[in-house]
Design a protein. Structure first.
Length: 361
């Protein structure tokens, strides 16, 4: 009886939250509407255009105003606006095509991060040997962005299991967890330090850092919502939000058993935090990824040039054919609001992933 009552209360609470609390996607819709209408914040017309309640529009405007105030405070008094302890950004590297995204995150995080950690393991998620190569590409990073890099060569040889023959998917994910946690062996983290953890192709907006610092609590990470791009830098997956990167006080994980992952966990940030530029690869790069990443057991059979080229050309999703996959082609100049500002700095790095007209702009 009590169990059923608890379930009903939980369901009602969930429904109330859905109808009363603006989602990050709805708040972004309000932000986009204001940008398209010269900053006008007319609640009635905005609500009618977006087909959401007046309350959600008002709530979104309050969040966006708070975001602006956090940014302004950080610019005026950065040493006071930042939290106590060091701020780390942690990511991983395994292939050259990830470098442009790492450069973007370096530039976005530059005013707020003390150390930018790049972890490269000597084993792939499948457990096969991997050569350390990141140092070869450091000269391609602008000098002003290199100063905060801490490059970690993580020795995983005795911690992961080789699954090249067994194709054990569960073990591949365990191998991935080992890589995600490995930086803890090389960095002296204090409980009051903050770690923002994201994969290389998950780029966090510069403007969102002060909001993260303002909302983060020692007892719970923040889970960061990202716009989901797929195949090409202007292919936005409509109605799909990617939730994985997190921000957390180091003390939250330090005293818990492994794996920590530093992903997929926490209170949800109420505003869109950046972009996930997923599978921004040539077909040859896709073939390499499918043979080495943690989902090899599920999607390895898609390592076929014809299948992959067809998916790109026709905007299909062979990984889960029944899943809704609607691509909206953006114009980066007209739809600038979606992109991190660093994208426009390093735009030429993505020439092969953009329409010719867009690259020439």
């Amino acid at each position: 009886m009590l169990k059923a009552l608890y379930h009903n209360i939980k369901t009602l609470k969930s429904l109330a939250m859905r109808h009363l609390v603006a989602s990050p996607e709805e708040a972004f819709g309000v932000e986009k509407y204001c940008a398209q209408h010269s900053g006008q914040q007319k609640i009635v017309s905005c609500a009618a255009s977006l087909e959401i309640s007046f309350f959600k529009v008002w709530q979104s405007l309050r969040r966006l105003s708070f975001l602006q105030r956090c940014g302004a405070a950080a610019e005026r008094t950065p040493s006071v606006a930042r939290p106590y302890g060091k701020v780390y950004f942690k990511t991983t590297f395994y292939a050259p095509q990830e470098l442009p995204f790492i450069k973007m995150n370096l530039l976005e995080s530059l005013p707020y991060v003390d150390t930018f950690i790049i972890v490269e393991g000597n084993r792939t998620h499948v457990g096969a040997p991997h050569e350390f190569i990141f140092e070869k590409f450091i000269p391609n990073i602008p000098q002003n962005l290199r100063q905060k890099i801490l490059y970690i060569k993580a020795d995983l040889a005795n911690e992961v299991v080789d699954c090249t023959e067994s194709r054990d998917g569960s073990q591949m994910h365990e191998n991935e967890n080992v890589l995600w946690d490995s930086f803890e062996n090389y960095v002296d983290l204090r409980d009051e330090d903050i770690v923002i953890a994201a994969d290389a192709d998950e780029v966090i907006y510069r403007k969102i850092y002060p909001l993260i610092f303002a909302l983060l609590r020692p007892d719970a990470p923040l889970l960061l919502p990202l716009h989901q791009f797929f195949y090409r830098m202007n292919y936005l997956w409509r109605d799909e939000t990617f939730w994985a990167p997190t921000a957390a006080y180091a003390g939250y994980y330090k005293h818990r058993p492994h794996p920590h992952k530093w992903r997929y966990e926490g209170r949800r940030l109420p505003l869109m935090a950046g972009c996930h530029f997923s599978w921004q690869l040539t077909v040859d790069q896709m073939l390499f990824k499918l043979k080495t990443y943690a989902h090899n057991d599920i999607y390895g059979h898609l390592a076929d040039q014809k299948i992959l080229q067809d998916a790109i050309d026709n905007k299909t999703y062979p990984f889960e054919p029944e899943r809704p996959f609607v691509i909206e082609e953006l114009n980066p100049d007209k739809d600038r609001i979606y992109y991190p500002e660093s994208f426009f700095t390093f735009r030429s790095d993505f020439a092969h992933l953009l329409p010719v007209s867009s690259c020439e702009t």
